[in-house]
Design a binder for this molecule. Structure first.
Ligand code: SAH
Length: 358
């Protein structure tokens, strides 16, 4: 089996070099080419002897993902559909912001959490991604960008529950933020979880990243209905874990709250939310539900959304209404399914023109 050096930490790469009869610095050089310079072929590794490059071609792989196609939304959001070696599909979404780009990446093919409002959850878990497959999403997108240096923010908010694939995700985070890796600022990497409490504790000990928690309800009865994970880790347990989570400097935990008409959008819900988060360093992202076919849930009207936000603002919470981007190409939150949207969709196709059948 061929190896992928993106599955290795800095130290493991050095050990691998030694196991190949090479000096440790060769490992570091190759790692630098792969993670730091995101080369697409071993031949670009100009300070590596030709014989070693030839050997690498035989024993190692550079790109574990096959890009399937790319869709661009009217608002500039781009969705990348990748095929894994075993045929499953995953997606990444590149979101243009005012002065930088954010890339939303997947941590699993499918998802086991089965949240009622989320399209990814419908298909169940296909499998965990390897660290290399997580990092490769970032590398592939960077390679294709005109201004790769403007991709500064990474969010684990694509397909999958990142803390349900703990080891690979933490390894990927380290390769993203290591100075001799991809060198992202750990202040600009955000991991979003539905609330797997033991892994939240581990994460706080293992790496420094921003934490986002998908809350979506401020009482257990509602959250139980929307998110089965709440039956295992109810709100009291979840909020205690948030309180324990180490927050350096002036960092805050982001709480994502999808607004769903008639389900969690009343004044009483906003007040419950205020009470629940009162002693936390919290900011709240309000996301009007992105509907998808076959779901009976719908977003509230604009007025209700603004009113809900107003209640939070008056209690001195930072509460932002997150604009949904990429909805026309099913690239918005909760719309990733690992399938290409049909040809009738509004997005423009820029990848190779292949439609796969499901
Ligand atoms: N499993 C992780 C990360 C993936 S979901 C988590 O649960 O946080 C990323 C975000 O998309 C979550 O905040 C989730 O609440 C939101 N989301 C899921 N489905 C959505 C939908 N239909 N409309 C709007 N947001 C949605």
């Amino acid at each position: 089996m061929k190896i992928d050096l993106k599955d290795m930490s800095a130290r493991e790469t050095e050990a691998w070099a030694v196991s190949q009869g090479l000096p440790p610095y060769r490992g570091r050089q190759i790692r630098q080419w792969i993670l730091g310079r995101h080369v697409a072929s071993f031949d670009e590794m100009t300070n590596i002897p030709k014989t070693l490059r030839a050997r690498l071609k035989e024993t190692a792989i550079l790109s574990p993902l096959e890009p399937d196609r790319t869709l661009t939304s009217r608002d500039g959001t781009r969705k990348f559909l990748f095929k894994l070696r075993d045929g499953h599909f995953i997606e990444s979404v590149l979101i243009p912001e005012r002065d930088h780009f954010t890339l939303c990446i997947s941590s699993q093919a499918g998802c086991a959490m089965n949240c009622r409002f989320c399209l990814t959850g419908r298909q169940g878990l296909k499998r965990n991604l390897h660290a290399s497959e997580i990092v490769e999403q970032v590398i592939h997108v960077k390679r294709g960008m005109e201004t790769p240096e403007r991709l500064t923010n990474i969010v684990f908010m694509g397909m999958g529950e990142p803390l349900h694939n703990y080891d690979a995700v933490v390894k990927a985070v380290r390769n993203l933020v290591d100075a001799d890796g991809m060198n992202f600022s750990h202040r600009k990497v955000t991991l979003s979880t539905c609330g797997l409490v033991p892994e939240m504790d581990r994460l706080g000990r293992d790496v420094s990243v921003n934490l986002a928690v998908s809350l979506n309800a401020a009482d257990d009865a509602t959250r139980d209905r929307l998110m089965p994970v709440n039956r295992k880790y109810p709100l009291k347990t979840l909020i205690s874990a948030c309180r324990r989570f180490p927050l350096p400097n002036r960092r805050m935990i982001t709480f994502e709250y999808i607004l769903i008409s008639g389900v969690n959008d009343r004044d009483a819900d906003a007040l419950n939310l205020v009470r629940l988060l009162s002693d936390l360093r919290a900011k709240i992202n309000l996301i009007p539900l992105n509907p998808h076919p076959g779901s009976d849930l719908s977003p509230p009207d604009r007025e209700t959304v603004l009113h809900f936000q107003e209640i939070l603002l008056r209690r001195h919470f930072t509460a932002i209404i997150r604009k949904s981007k990429g909805a026309d190409i099913l690239a918005a939150c909760g719309q990733l399914s690992g399938r290409a949207a049909g040809p009738a969709d509004a997005g423009t196709e820029d990848g190779p023109l292949q439609f796969h059948l499901h």
